[in-house]
Design a protein around this ligand. Structure first.
Ligand code: ZN
Ligand code: ZN
Length: 538
């Protein structure tokens, strides 16, 4: 997609003078808290009493509360029902406190029979979350709103996180819960679809439709992004992600300790769903950092890391590096990734890996492409799977994403390169980093859809701001009628953007014609000299 137009609510927010003040507060609060998050994300909670270990593992989530208290977060949302002491019977806080008491206190006190109540309580919690978010996002009223009585959404998510960790760190307790909860609990924990809500489903569907429509316009993308803005308010899945993550990890960890068929089945289901949740682009956004936080034990154990990666989860590791607040911890693991994680990959799992590498590169400067994590990834993909994954990834390189996959596949084929060692890859990726950006532009244009080319007229093709051909094309664009395509006009558009002539001196700007280059020279000259000087220095 071309650069996304700002959704209406964001466009309004930016006009508000407080927006920038709030943004500054957010950045500075983030700057202050991030070092603590990095320290917390490395704490494995491997020593001390059970309660101490739970507390240590919850530190990252508690940092989130701290950060949210400054920046505002949907996790601070208050339930609409009045708070009562004791909480209203069968309400959210009644259920959450009950789960906590049954798992953490009653079990220790020998009252294991209480565990049989868990399926009902968990389902009730999920139901009340749905009732609340359907009302908040879709304005659908429901009589059970009177049971939504929490002070902050964190109270629900974090308490269940503690419960999940308690079950993970004490395998006999999880075993007892599964025995008491039976098939009903197993379904809730391991079979039921993640409840992402109707707006998220609609957003996924709309995005798919817009992407598939070669003639989609800004207005379509704007509408899609508005639905997505609505969907983002529904964080029911995010609230439960810690808990589900903790439990899934627990089952995967327990597979090797238990020998019975139940444990094997649970572990298999848990691995499949964790891989799916953490590698699906849309679910990853929905579940957010709470899933990464809960998945940390996978990073800490080499056998788990290999098992998870070979089951298709490799892309999640790169996604966490690109997107999560635990990225420093992820980076250290990725720098020492055993080669075995690359085995048994499928085209789909490799596509998730390359997608996240593109995201990471897009967020940072292109220099990152020649650093060891990238070199290692390219080396291993090519060693085991050849060029096919690069070709597939290249097809997704459009608009503003870096064209690294196209570049390497193109060079290997053109120059029949033998890429045998990491050194070979370091060299080729180094050449990519040094490539003139105008070459990158030329390739992108070829990858655009027709509507994408029309949308990009203002900032693509020719660097001359007064380019007469661009003006002429803009006039033609005005006359365009949706559904009616004119091949001669499209050919003219294509010719304008397809073969820009780069400035021979710096290689960084490009023009549709020599006339445009001449016209732009007085403006470009100072930049050009600067770039040439800095190029000489390096
Ligand atoms: Zn021009
Ligand atoms: Zn130049």
């Amino acid at each position: 997609m071309p650069p996304m137009p700002l959704p209406a609510h964001l466009a309004d927010a930016i006009k508000d003078e407080n927006f920038w003040k709030n943004l500054e507060a957010l950045v500075s609060a983030g700057g202050e808290i991030m070092p603590d998050v990095i320290v917390a994300s490395r704490k494995t909670g491997s020593t001390g009493s059970l309660e101490q270990r739970i507390a240590e593992r919850c530190e990252v989530a508690r940092m989130g509360v701290k950060l949210a208290s400054v920046t505002g977060s949907a996790l601070l949302e208050r339930g609409p029902a009045p708070r009562q002491n004791p909480p209203i019977h069968n309400g959210m806080m009644y259920c959450v406190n009950m789960v906590d008491k049954i798992v953490r206190k009653d079990y220790r006190a020998g009252q294991k029979h209480e565990l049989a109540k868990l399926p009902y309580l968990f389902k009730r919690i999920r139901h009340l979350l749905r009732v609340f978010y359907d009302f908040l996002v879709g304005l659908r009223p429901h009589p059970d709103l009177v049971f939504c009585d929490w002070e902050q959404m964190f109270d629900v998510g974090l308490t269940l996180h503690e419960v999940g960790l308690c079950l993970q760190l004490d395998p006999p307790r999880l075993r007892a819960a599964m025995a008491a909860g039976g098939r009903e609990l197993e379904s809730f924990l391991l079979d039921d679809d993640l409840d992402i809500g109707d707006f998220r489903k609609a957003a996924i569907e709309t995005e798919r439709r817009v992407a598939a429509d070669a003639e989609s316009e800004d207005a379509d993308r704007m509408a899609a992004s508005d639905i997505e803005g609505m969907a983002d308010k529904d964080i029911a899945a995010h609230v439960l992600a810690w808990f589900f993550g903790d439990i899934s990890v627990a089952f995967i960890m327990n597979e090797n300790t238990g020998s019975d068929a139940d444990e094997k089945r649970w572990a298999g289901k848990a691995l499949t769903r964790l891989v799916h949740w953490s590698t699906s682009a849309t679910l990853r956004t929905t579940l957010g950092d709470s899933l990464t936080d809960a998945m940390r034990p996978i990073y800490w154990s080499k056998p788990l890391l290999i098992k998870f990666s070979q089951a298709g989860g490799l892309g999640a590791l790169f996604g966490d590096w690109a997107n999560s607040t635990c990225r420093n911890m992820c980076e250290e693991v990725l720098e020492n990734l055993p080669d075995a994680v690359w085995e048994n990959q499928t085209p789909a799992s490799l596509l998730a890996v390359t997608r996240e590498l593109q995201t990471k590169l897009h967020q940072e400067t292109s220099d990152l492409a020649s650093t060891p994590i990238f070199v290692n990834a390219f080396f291993n993909i090519y060693r085991l799977y050849g060029l096919a994954p690069f070709h597939k990834a290249a097809r997704r390189e459009k608009y503003d994403t870096p064209v690294v996959f196209y570049y390497v596949a193109h060079c290997i084929k053109r120059d029949t390169l033998q890429m045998r060692t990491r050194k070979d890859w370091a060299r080729l990726l180094g050449e990519y980093v040094a490539m003139p950006r105008s070459t990158e532009q030329r390739y992108r244009w070829a990858n655009y859809t027709i509507s994408g080319r029309w949308d990009c007229l203002e900032f693509h093709g020719c660097c001359a701001s007064e380019c007469p051909e661009r003006r002429a094309l803009e006039a033609l664009r005005e006359k365009r009628v949706r559904g009616v395509r004119d091949p001669s006009v499209e050919a003219r558009l294509d010719a304008w953007g397809a073969k820009p002539k780069a400035c021979a001196a710096c290689g960084d700007t490009s023009y549709c014609s020599a006339a445009c280059q001449r016209a732009h020279w007085p403006t470009h000259k100072p930049d050009c000299l600067k770039k040439r000087k800095s190029a000489k220095r390096t």
